[in-house]
Structures are given as structure tokens and as C-alpha cells.
Design a protein around this ligand. Structure first.
Ligand SMILES: Cc1cc2nc3c(=O)[nH]c(=O)nc-3n(C[C@H](O)[C@H](O)[C@H](O)COP(=O)(O)OP(=O)(O)OC[C@H]3O[C@@H](n4cnc5c(N)ncnc54)[C@H](O)[C@@H]3O)c2cc1C
Length: 471
């Protein structure tokens, strides 16, 4: 073992986003890394059954894209080489917020959107080239191995698909990245450890998504469209998300159990019923390339491992296995990437101290708090939301953010701050800059300014000028 490594072997359970990012990080710290995935990774970008959400729009926030470029240099160029394109989300995207059409202007909010299968495939290809990472496919982790007297998880038992063959893998550190369906609480219980407290907050949001080919003669001054729902009454939202090979993923969502339908006519009718018909107008003559996929398991679900003092050494979890968010806010992959960076930092600072898992979960909780508050806080706007009720502070925050968005319609700087917080490139307190607080109070006092022109009567903003690509 090279003296640069802090351990001999690390094991990652689950090979989706969180697992891939984690394996990349662990390869810097352990002599050997094994990643176990129950699916077979496809040879080309394709849907696979272990990540049923892959058929839906997967927005990679700017923060996530920056981290991926840091972990896998040249990653954005690889997406471009696969026929994806840059998008300036402010200038080249139409955004209809509850306060109206947000302004457009050239910005640094540029990413290379693509399909979720392509994103995973590009990262997987890069991981395969890292010499100390071994990938075991078609193998499911069935249980954990332990050495009770030293209070440590020492390995995992895996079972190969399509055979009765199983294997025990021993490791210094094991990471659970098996996603929403993680069995970790159950496994901990079976081994006599306490299970984490859990919170589920569900606004009963449904997704329906379909892939389209952009019409050949299609001309527009936008590359993406995002139409928000407007709580509490206007439950429907949708987006056009540009992906590789001049295709769009069109996703419509219905909050508060207003689930979008899966049949062709119903899907198009739902799209037409959004607060603006622009998405419907764009897709009505476009060529569908996929069935209509639906998804309803969108509740926010957090497991508070940081609250457990009695955790075995040698095992941690991250990604959706710890915290899933209502996906409509596009945070899951970026937070998984932030979780992997948190692990990197903790390995540098705390490993192999006893109570490493506690150290890690404490840091991870700090990363999770902002996106969690953002997603659940927004979900509390819907009357059908279960799992808690908004307190006075949440209601006040709703009113404050409404004013910020309304101000953003006329003040690009404020809108830009809002986008920075949404993309997790700036902390939420950015929106509480004294200048913004004063403006919000000004609007509250001069209440007539709150009388906005009805959204339907507002002109759709135009592209300001070509966005310059800084990369
Ligand atoms: C409808 C929908 C839309 C979404 N949209 C966005 C978006 O726009 N932007 C965004 O950032 N995020 C989005 N997300 C969230 C995003 O998909 C996840 O946050 C992200 O994939 C990270 O999840 P993960 O890697 O922790 O788990 P998952 O993606 O759930 O992957 C878990 C992996 O573990 C494997 N596995 C499970 N059990 C075992 C086992 N026992 N042994 C071996 N392997 C196992 C599975 O096969 C799978 O590969 C969306 C989610 C949904 C449901």
C-alpha cells in the first residue's frame, strides 16, 4: 500500500450518481476501491432499471456541474462531444415564476444540459479508467458483515444476479449509496444498532415526461422553458429541457395530487393547461421519441444519522440513502456531489479517528440543511402536504421570497441572486442582503406596487444578445 493512502480497501454500494462520485473520491484515499452495482451498466447511454427516474428531466445545477468538472476535468467537453450544448439559463431560458416572466440577460449561469443516462454514462466511462477502482456489476448487496467486539462493520455480502453465487467483500470503509430504497436502517436494526429518526414531507407531486426531437425548422430565441406552478391554486408546472442530439425532455408536474396523465391526449391537454401555452406550442408538432413516463414517489425524506451517537465504525451513507428531495427543485445530484466532497474533506481531516461516521454525518447535515429547508419550505405552500405544517417563520419566508421574485422581474441583480441560491452557488442568506430587505419592506408598505400585471398579459421577454461562452 502506498504511504499516500489512508486505508487499503473501500467499498461503495450502489453505482448511480452518489456511488460514482464517491468512488472517484475514495480512489484518492484508499489503495483499492470496489463499487458494487446491482444493474449492468449499459454500453451506450440508456435507461436502466435501478434508476427508474432516469427517463425524467435531470437538471444538473451550476454547483453540481462545477464539482463534476473538478472531479472529472474535461467532463463538459465530453458532453459537448456527444452533441449537447451550452445553455445560459438566464438569457437563453424562459422562466415564468409565480410573479411573472423573469428578466433575460447574458449571465454566467451556463451549463451543458443532457439526459440523465448520458450524464451517468460519461462519468462511468471516466471511472473505468481509474486504475484502483474495480466495478462489480449485476451484484446486489444483501447484508453487512460485522465484528461486534470492535463495534465495526467490516464488509458486505453480495449476491450475483442470475446465479446462486455470493461473495463476502471485506473493507476498511463501506459507503451506502443505494438511494431512496436504502436498507441501511433495517440492516443496522438487525445488527442491534439504533435506527435514525426520519422525516417525510410529501406534497404529492406527480411527474410525466416525454422525449421529443426538436422540429428541424424550429426557430426560437430560447433553449429552455420553465413554467412554475403558482401555489396554492395553480398546481401545474412544466419545462422543456434541451438535451443532446437536438432533443427536448418535456416534463410536466402537478402538485397537491393533481397528477399528470400518461396518455397522449391527456399529456398534451395538461401541457396546454399550464399558466402559459409556450411549451404546448413548441411540442405540438414535434416528433415524440419515447413513451410518456410518470413518477409519483417524490416526497422529501431525511434520515438523521447525525443524531445517532451509537453508530458502528467503518460505515457511512450519502446521497439519496440519507436525504431525498422533491425532485422538482433539481437538487439531488448536486447534493450527492456535495456529499462526496464532504467525505473527501472528512477523510483528510478525521480518518481513521473513532467515531468517523459521526464526524462525517455532522458535516453532511450542514450541507443538507439549506436544500432541505428550501424543498420542504416550498412544499409547505401546498394544502395537501403531509409530514408537518408550516410555522409562522415559514409563512413569513414565503411572503418574503414572493417579494424577492416579484422584485426580480424588474431588477436583474435581485433575480440573479435568486438564481445563485437556487443553483447552490451562493448561500440562502444572500437573499437577505440589507438592500433586498429594504426593498421588500418598501413593497410591503407601498402595497399597490404588489398589483402586478396579470401574467397572461405580460410580454414574453426576448433574448438580450448572444451569450458569450466563457469556456
Ligand atoms: C422523478 C425524479 C426526477 C429527478 N430529477 C432530478 C433533477 O432534475 N436534478 C437532480 O439533481 N436530481 C434529480 N433527481 C434526484 C436524483 O435522481 C438523485 O438524487 C441522484 O440520482 C442521486 O441518487 P443516488 O445515487 O443516491 O441514488 P439512486 O440514483 O437512487 O441510485 C441508487 C443505485 O444503487 C443501486 N442499488 C440499490 N440497491 C442496491 C444493492 N442492494 N446493491 C447494489 N446496488 C444497489 C441501484 O441500482 C442504483 O444504481 C430526481 C429524482 C426523481 C425521482
Amino acid at each position: 500500500m502506498s504511504s499516500n493512502y489512508i486505508g487499503d480497501h473501500a467499498l461503495v454500494m450502489g453505482g448511480s450518481m452518489a456511488g460514482l462520485f464517491t468512488a472517484r473520491i475514495l480512489a484518492d484515499h484508499f489503495a483499492r476501491v470496489t463499487l458494487v452495482e446491482r444493474d449492468q451498466f449499459p454500453e451506450q447511454p440508456q435507461l436502466r432499471s435501478g434508476v427508474p427516474q432516469s427517463s425524467h428531466t435531470h437538471i444538473l445545477l451550476l454547483k453540481g456541474q462545477q464539482i463534476l468538472e473538478q472531479l472529472f476535468p474535461g467532463f463538459q467537453s465530453e458532453l459537448i462531444a456527444r452533441d449537447a450544448t451550452w445553455v445560459d439559463w438566464i438569457n437563453e431560458g424562459l422562466m415564468l415564476s409565480p410573479s411573472g416572466w423573469q428578466p433575460r440577460f447574458p449571465s454566467a449561469f451556463q451549463t451543458v444540459p443532457c439526459s440523465r443516462p448520458l450524464l451517468e454514462w460519461v462519468i462511468y466511462q471516466r471511472l473505468k479508467t481509474i486504475p484502483n477502482i474495480k466495478i462489480i456489476e449485476n451484484a446486489q448487496v444483501k447484508s453487512l458483515l460485522t465484528q461486534a467486539e470492535i463495534h465495526k462493520i467490516t464488509g458486505a455480502k453480495i449476491q450475483f444476479k442470475d446465479s446462486n453465487h455470493s461473495q463476502e467483500l471485506m473493507a476498511d470503509l463501506i459507503v451506502d449509496a443505494t438511494g431512496r430504497q436504502s436498507k441501511l436502517p433495517q440492516w443496522l436494526k438487525e445488527l442491534g444498532y439504533p435506527t435514525p429518526p426520519e422525516t417525510v414531507i410529501n406534497s404529492f407531486l406527480g411527474y410525466a415526461s416525454r422525449c421529443y426531437q426538436q422540429p428541424q425548422d424550429f426557430k426560437a430565441d430560447w433553449k429552455s422553458i420553465y413554467i412554475w406552478a403558482k401555489p396554492p391554486f395553480d398546481k401545474r408546472g412544466g419545462l422543456i429541457y434541451p438535451i443532446e442530439k437536438k432533443r427536448w425532455i418535456v416534463t410536466v408536474v402537478g402538485n397537491n395530487r393533481d397528477y399528470p396523465p400518461q396518455d397522449e391526449t391527456g399529456f398534451l391537454d395538461f401541457t396546454r393547461s399550464l399558466r402559459s401555452p409556450v411549451i404546448y406550442e413548441a411540442i405540438k408538432t414535434a416528433q415524440p421519441l419515447s413513451p410518456i413516463y410518470t413518477y409519483r414517489g417524490t416526497g422529501n425524506h431525511r434520515r438523521y444519522y447525525e443524531q445517532l451517537s451509537d453508530l458502528p465504525d467503518g460505515l457511512i451513507a450519502l446521497g439519496d440513502a440519507v436525504c431525498t428531495f422533491n425532485p422538482v427543485y433539481g437538487q439531488g445530484m448536486t447534493v450527492a456531489a456535495l456529499g462526496a466532497l464532504t467525505l473527501d474533506q472528512c477523510l483528510r481531516e478525521h480518518y481513521p479517528q473513532t467515531q468517523f461516521p459521526q464526524q462525517f454525518y455532522r458535516q453532511l447535515a450542514k450541507v443538507l440543511n439549506q436544500p432541505w429547508l428550501m424543498a420542504t419550505g416550498e412544499d409547505f405552500r401546498w394544502p395537501a402536504t403531509e409530514g408537518g405544517k408550516p410555522n409562522r417563520m415559514t409563512k413569513l419566508l414565503h411572503q418574503y421570497l414572493d417579494q424577492i421574485l416579484a422584485l426580480g422581474v424588474k431588477h436583474p441583480k435581485i433575480y440573479q441572486s435568486f438564481v445563485e441560491v437556487m443553483h447552490i452557488t451562493k448561500p440562502a442568506y444572500t437573499l437577505f442582503h440589507p438592500e433586498y430587505i429594504l426593498r421588500v419592506f418598501g413593497r410591503w408598505i407601498v402595497s399597490q406596487e404588489a398589483q402586478e400585471v396579470a401574467v397572461e398579459d405580460q410580454p414574453i421577454p426576448k433574448l438580450v444578445s448572444e451569450s458569450s461562452r466563457s469556456r
